[in-house]
Design a binder for this molecule. Sequence first.
Ligand code: S3P
Length: 442
Amino acid sequence: MIVIDPPKSLSGTLRVPGDKSISHRSIMLGAIAEGDTAVRGFLHSADCLATMDCFRRMGVRIEERTDSGPSSEGRSDESVLVIHGRGLHGLTGADGLLLDAKNSGTTVRLMSGILAGQPFMSRITGDASLSSRPMGRIIRPLEQMGIRCVSEHGDGRLPISVYGGRPKAIRYASPIASAQVKSCVLLAGLYADDPTFYTEPVLSRNHTELMLGAFGGNLKTRIQADGSATTILYPGTILKGQSVTVPGDISSAAYFLAAGLLVRDARVTLTHVGINETRDGILRVIQAMGGDLTIRNVRIEGREPVADLTVSSSKLHGTVIGGSLIPTLIDELPVIAVMAAQAEGDTVIRDAGELRVKESDRLAAITKNLRSMGIAVEETPDGMTIHGGRLKGARIDPLGDHRLAMAFTVAGLVSSTPTVILDESCVRISYPSFFEDLRSLT
Ligand code: S3P
């Protein structure tokens, strides 16, 4: 439990930890590449460590080294993760190999694509939250690829068994914009003999495609006139180990962007934040709400765009968030809802039904917690309307969901009375040093 008291001001410069999505992918692609992959800026959070454990169990050697000498960002003694790749067909495991994805949806869904191409059967389990989340979305395309994939209780949830083999190429049209499903199919497609086509209604985060390209994969994406996106992966790829620099996670930066806008007398700079256009929706929402945001030093690192972001205290107003914007800010919606709670007027969020199947039912949890903090909210099946007002302190149960714990900590920074966050330790899932970083700005 932690008590959040409103600070007098908030100021300073922070480099948030590495991007979670990119960190997972660096381990996975590093593991199935030939040769070594060196990763700088890897996120040592519980989710990414779950991926690391799973791949170590499949015979992949992963070491931490210290790189002395200045890095591109002027830091020395940076820790570097070295993954000794085993090639596409080099993972090892006996039939029945048990892999624990813990709380991490990215681990189970992406890894299943790789397991589809291995010559053994593996069983994937997870914690109670992950075991309640839908896996039919990856089971269906994998089965179309000819891979037997069984949900043990027959309910499309974990544990699942993946009977690895030789995936067949498919043309798959996904009804949802999900980077996890897309990545699962593309990774399985690496083992197929023909091109794999994957179409999604809107381009979801494309870190897998960018990293596959950097590792020597042959793929391309085209955006259709209706906004849908088709990615084609060509067969015959041999991935080669690379040097990867992981940008700061915009989903982690989001809490400090919101805090810097909402707290009085605040000015916060976040350096080296990934601003890939499939992830930058929060920046567009801040601008639409009238927030004071400056984007500086835009540069490309590896294949990912990165920038330094500065925000200052602002008077925000309500906005409408829906459609193709949603996949670009899906994980930021809890903290965006907190911004909306302090804004003038109404904010409408729609087309965000996916929030019901994240680490918790985030639409229900945001509604309940904002109401307990004195804000009027109407919940809809795929979103909510938030009537901006004045937050007051409350006891918040984050339900073990890291993004709720951090979003409602930000709410606590601007409430009229102290806020209590019950069991805040879940921040370890994506941002273990969150509270230390917050303290450094107060
Ligand atoms: C992720 C994709 C998103 C996101 C999740 C991470 C990824 O999930 O919410 O936190 O790394 O591919 P979906 O693919 O289910 O939308």
